[in-house]
Design a protein around this ligand. Sequence first.
Ligand SMILES: *Cc1c(COP(=O)(O)O)cnc(C)c1O
Length: 396
Amino acid sequence: MTNQRSLAQGREYLAIPGPSVMPDTVLQAMHRPSPNIYDGELIEMMPALTRDLRRVARTEHNVAIYIANGHGTWEAALSNVIAPGETVLAPASGRFTHGWAEMAEGIGGKVELIDFGRSSPWDFDRIAETLRADTGHKIKAVLAVHVDTSTSIRNSIPALRALLDDLDHPALLMADCIASMGCERFEMDAWGVDVTVTACQKGLMTPAGVGFVFFNQKAQAKRATMPRVSQYWDWQPRANPDLFYQYFNGTAPTHHLYGLRAALDLIHTEGVEQVWARHEHLAKAIWAACEVWTQGDALHFNVTDPVHRSHAVTALRLTEGRGTPLRRYTENALGLTLGIGLGMEDWDGCFRLGHMGHVNAQMVMAMLGSIETGMAALGIPRGKGALEAAAAALAT
Ligand SMILES: *Cc1c(COP(=O)(O)O)cnc(C)c1O
């Protein structure tokens, strides 16, 4: 960056895999005085809000809302169905599965973790082996992270469901859709997911602070057998509130609810299927550019097979630890913030592109053009024609 003035002044672009870009309509909806939390508009908007949330998760079942981030929903979900001493199975394709598993241990559960490393999706043969060996059905739940945001691996939830069914294993299927909900295809009921956790600051485009736990009858039956569930995490009163107060066990996250309402309006106006299609199309343009860059042998995809890549986040590696310098350059000189290499062994080489939520084609082209600029400034070897490849992918 020597001899160069910063070109960052102007509207900044936060292209990290959460929090994502907040739409202006979400921000505007939140810019207002506090409402009455006992009566009136806020209470009246809740039934439609929970209905529209369920439409994004593709479920007819229950949703409990928590004033919490994703980590909070992990603990909330586990607290309702895993008693001390009970076992969960955690097939890990990245840092987030480890995090959820650690939380299960934290509430007194036991964890069987199968580690598939940082670049590989689940291996169903190995998962089957573990489930088959569990003849006494000690495993009460499988913690399934749909998209592991640290590695950008997307795992197949329907294939995991099919495996549990084939083996007649009664474990609950619990899915973490924090990175995928509102970004790529996820169908809680059709896919036979029993518990789904998500948070509002990624595909749901709302400032961090509200999280959701969706659960079906099977999960509810397990909840009914629990010796105790901490009152704050208990999903029961939140999902079937007699009083508005019970939705939140205290003061509602008033402004988040207004923001979320605006975000859900954006999603349903566009159409959930179209939201998924947009993410897929944009992801393909990003990959087309990255594919060209890899020809310089400095940049590599973390996930080789596109089938296992998320449509919402892409993890990349640069040789010689040049990921951090690239991120610094695009942020300081160009106004584009890229994601850190979270939970990866090569911290400085890895970085991630967030392309979740309120993102369109011109933003993707700006992101790719800025990365091209950064690689030029830093002298990083790369194939030529990445932007043309992205444009061609967008134009098809
Ligand atoms: C972001 C994320 C989390 C953690 O969410 P927080 O709101 O940061 O606690 C967990 N799992 C996945 C898959 C995520 O993408």
